[in-house]
Design a protein around this ligand. Structure first.
Ligand SMILES: Cc1ncc(COP(=O)(O)O)c(C=O)c1O
Length: 288
């Protein structure tokens, strides 16, 4: 895990992360009552920020929280933070909590100022072999709540599910519910079957990924057929290719699932085309 960059934003102030303090009565600490976003920064600029601001607005509306900043407000606040942290390639984590009351009550939802927090980390280096050999993943039954479309900070189930992957020396846990594959503990999962890219349809059972939209846009540009469709467990296990997509992963090939090879056991040709196109897009986004 990379050490975070020094400067953070807390409630309108830019300060050193080591000096930032939040009340222990903050509702995100007591109840997990908050939402967040993770946004890539390439060449000192936010990558596709509007998709993240739109999803933040949807998460805020879903939990009945007023977003204190417009998209332009977030953009300005985060750019200032990125610049203070030296620009270049990094990523921004931002969190909105319902704030701190004096006391602990589930409800009524208090009309208090939300806690606004953001900090930056260096862009993660991809582990050796990820792109040439692909990743190992495991599957597990999804134990999360019924509103996985909200990017909530209440991530206990995701944390425990990801630990299963760590225990198995794997990179990610791919989640199954009622015999269907939904997503990873912190990633979108795409599969390729007979040359077609298939991704589970967006619903309350999974997070609508921003990287997923980029992957879909690239597939359309390359003429790769795609559809959003339910993926049964058997289809997942017999897919020609499986990929993980997330803001800080971009798009990575999965070549082993529960100890068995995926397709040929090597990163697939459709993944390679999308990966190369993603890198082109990233390069273009990094240009001043
Ligand atoms: C559960 C879950 N699904 C999907 C994603 C991918 O979303 P994005 O591409 O916006 O990073 C994430 C990202 O963290 C996630 O936590």
């Amino acid at each position: 895990m990379a050490t975070p960059l020094p400067w953070c934003h807390l409630n309108g102030e830019q300060l050193l992360l080591t000096e930032a303090r939040v009340s222990p009565l903050d509702r995100s600490f007591l109840f997990g009552d908050g939402i967040y976003e993770v946004i890539p920064v390439y060449g000192g600029r936010l990558f596709r920020p509007q998709a993240h601001f739109d999803r933040l607005d949807r998460s805020a509306a879903a939990i009945r929280l007023t977003n204190p900043h417009s998209s332009a407000g977030w953009q300005a606040l985060l750019q200032q933070l990125i610049d203070a942290n030296g620009g270049g390639d990094q990523y921004v984590y931002l969190q909105l909590s319902r704030g701190a009351e004096h006391g602990r009550n589930h409800a009524p939802l208090p009309e208090i100022p939300p806690t606004v927090f953001a900090y930056c980390s260096p862009w993660p280096t991809v582990a050796a072999g990820t792109l040439s050999n692909g990743l190992a993943c495991i599957t597990a039954q999804d134990t999360r709540w019924a509103r996985c479309d909200i990017k909530s900070v209440a991530l206990l189930a995701n944390v425990l599910l990801r630990q299963l992957a760590v225990d198995a020396n794997a990179a990610e846990t791919i989640l199954l519910r009622d015999g269907e594959m939904l997503e990873g503990s912190a990633s979108t999962v795409h599969v390729v079957i007979d040359g077609t890219l298939i991704t589970p349809p967006n619903s309350t059972r999974l997070l609508p990924g921003t990287t997923r939209s980029v992957v879909e846009e690239l597939a359309d540009g390359l003429g790769i057929p795609r559809r959003a469709a339910r993926i049964g467990e058997a289809e997942l296990r017999s897919a020609d290719e499986i990929w993980l997509a997330a803001a800080t992963r971009e798009v990575q090939p999965v070549t082993r699932l529960d100890g068995m090879p995926v397709g040929t056991g090597l990163p697939g040709p459709v993944w390679r085309r999308i990966y190369d196109a993603y890198q082109q897009l990233r390069k273009a986004a990094s240009q001043p």
